[in-house]
Structure formats: structure tokens, C-alpha cells
Design a protein around this ligand. Structure first.
Ligand code: ZN
Length: 136
């Protein structure tokens, strides 16, 4: 390997404030980051998935659901937050032509699925629109 960039990264294993699941749609990145900061969530494991919670609710393959659940469990095990935040957003490419109410409904279903799979975790659900972030 050849060093291309110098930067000192912290070596300590951290305890995350939360595990965050959102779409990878970059239009909402800044709003989500500012929202999390406002809520005191500074360190978090961010799982970005096109369509956000869709693989938990309506996976193209069953293995997709297991893969996402595995990522959440790894975050909980390694970084011990005990808290999962689910974000969906309006005009998501994973939900072409679908209303915000139906997308928000999937977030609620995903939260129920995660609560069944991991009973000890606290789950919060949110919907990002172009004018801000809403609680579901
Ligand atoms: Zn999206």
C-alpha cells in the first residue's frame, strides 16, 4: 500500500449515541446531521440504504432483510447504543410515485419489525421532507 493522505483517526472504540438508518439520498444529509446534533446525537453508526427501511418491510430478496438486520445487530453489539433511528424521505427513488403517508407507514412497519427482532432497543421514526424533518 502507498499512503495517499495523512489524517489522525481516534483509535478508541466508541459507544454510539444511536444507530441511524436512512436512504443514501444526499439531499437530506445536512438536515439529518443537523437534526441529530440538535437532539444530542453526536456519534452514530449510519446505515445508508437506497429506499431506507424498504428492505425491512418489502425486500426484493429475503436476504436483504436479514442483511439489514445483521447490520443493526452489529452496531448494537459493537457500539452499544440501544437506540435506532429510522429516517425515510419524500420523493425517494426507492418509492417512485408513492405518497409520504405510505412511505411513513413503511417506517412504522419497519420499527415494529425491529422491535420484534430486538426487544431491548428504543426506536424512533422520522420523515424528511424538503422543508424539514417530521416525527412519525
Ligand atoms: Zn431515497
Amino acid at each position: 500500500m502507498q499512503k495517499l493522505f495523512h489524517f489522525d483517526c481516534p483509535r478508541e472504540v466508541y459507544q454510539a449515541d444511536a444507530c441511524v438508518i436512512s436512504c443514501f439520498d444526499a439531499r437530506f444529509d445536512l438536515a439529518v446531521r443537523k437534526f441529530l446534533k440538535r437532539r444530542g446525537i453526536a456519534v452514530y453508526d449510519h446505515i445508508k440504504i437506497p429506499g431506507s427501511v424498504k428492505p425491512l418491510v418489502a425486500p426484493e430478496r429475503d436476504s436483504d432483510r436479514d442483511f439489514v438486520l445483521g447490520m443493526v445487530r452489529t452496531s448494537l453489539r459493537l457500539h452499544r447504543s440501544g437506540r435506532v433511528l429510522l429516517f425515510a424521505h419524500n420523493e425517494c427513488g426507492g418509492y417512485p410515485g408513492v405518497s409520504p403517508e405510505i412511505i411513513a407507514g413503511d417506517v412504522t412497519k419497519a420499527a415494529a419489525f425491529l422491535r420484534t427482532a430486538e426487544r431491548a432497543i428504543q426506536i424512533e421514526t422520522f420523515f424528511c421532507d424538503f422543508d424539514g424533518i417530521y416525527g412519525i
